[in-house]
Design a protein around this ligand. Structure first.
Ligand SMILES: [Zn+2]
Length: 332
């Protein structure tokens, strides 16, 4: 496995893991916290290699290293949120299943590691089961919990874990990197907001889907100023999005819609350097939209409405109705 990105961007995390292992003071429950794109999963795999390798040094030759390379180590357990459509959570049955596997007879002995993705998506009952389970694990078991939303992780889980915060790469650094790859200013800034991982950002930059989402966001933004209606724009130009069952698409759409609305405030305040959709907002003047008519309080209220609807994505919702409702509320 390639750990070069992890080594380069998170030297403090590596140091913490290495020192704890060396001093034999490794925490049994880690909570890795960092924005989207930070290499939290790579770090948990790094810990697996360090703990499971016969030499505790990622030799790459021993049976344990080879099994990790193939992604099939029987003593590494993983849980990810599951569910239909947009509403994904870690369910109690998944924790029960893990517990059952742990107690099965004939399980290979030795260190065992549990990796739980998006722990903030654990339901209350699964979090409670998990906590009880973590109380009972033996010295040879480690749990690594991953999250992009530390504030949404239950306090009881947080206090049970050693929280490790992953460093964010400065957005300006990301923008410069994208510019050096020939990506235009506005897209470069958008990408730097979407992920903290530059290779993921470069992938996004080629995505037709992202292009469509950006175009839609701009059209909706415009519709607040010209005579078109955001609901109609959504139903005509946003069909692809309404049909998408990928929650990520909707999160990106709403994040960017909030960003461009926020940019209108920055424009009003003269904070041009803070703007992401700088070119789009500035150019709106050119096609007869007088964005100096922006009402500060009204725009602020719209952002609050959008943030509220973004939360609703976590529940099973009818998207068409949700967006319609949101735009009606935006209009005030
Ligand atoms: Zn090894």
């Amino acid at each position: 496995m390639d750990f070069s990105y992890l080594m380069k961007t998170q030297p403090d995390v590596i140091k913490l893991i290495n020192n704890s292992i060396k001093k034999n003071r490794l925490s049994q429950v880690f909570l890795f916290d960092g924005v989207k794109g930070t290499p939290k999963y790579q770090a948990s795999m790094y810990l697996c290699y360090m703990l499971l390798c016969d030499d505790h040094n990622m030799c790459g030759e021993c049976l344990n290293c080879k099994r990790l390379d193939e992604g099939i180590h029987p003593r590494v357990y993983q849980i990810k949120p599951t569910g239909d459509g947009l509403s994904q959570s870690i369910k109690k049955e998944q924790v029960d299943e893990l517990q059952k596997e742990f107690n099965e007879v004939g399980v290979e002995s030795g260190i065992r590691i549990i990796i739980i993705h998006d722990i903030d998506k654990a339901t209350l009952s699964s979090a409670n089961s998990l906590l009880k389970f973590l109380e009972e694990i033996n010295d040879n078991t480690y749990a690594i919990l991953l999250t992009e939303n530390l504030s949404k992780v239950l306090q009881t889980i947080r206090s049970r874990s050693q929280v490790v915060s992953f460093k964010k790469i400065d957005e300006k650094t990301l923008v410069e990197l994208y510019l050096s790859k020939g990506i235009d200013n506005e897209l470069a800034r958008i990408l730097s907001k979407l992920t903290n991982n530059s290779s993921e950002g470069l992938e996004y930059s080629k995505s037709e889907n992202l292009k469509n989402i950006i175009t839609l966001v701009k059209k909706i933004n415009e519709s607040f100023f010209n005579n078109s209606n955001p609901i109609i724009v959504m139903n005509e130009d946003g069909k692809f999005l309404l049909n998408s069952k990928d929650k990520n698409d909707h999160e990106i759409f709403l994040n960017l819609l909030i960003t461009i609305t926020n940019d209108r405030l920055f424009y009003l305040l003269g904070k041009y350097d803070e703007m992401v959709f700088k070119e789009t907002i500035t150019e709106m003047d050119n096609y007869g939209v007088d964005i100096r008519e922006i009402d500060y309080n009204e725009t602020f209220r719209q952002i609050e409405v959008m943030l509220e609807y973004k939360e609703r994505l976590n529940y099973n919702v009818n998207l068409e109705l949700m967006y319609m409702d949101m735009f009606i509320n935006c209009e005030g």
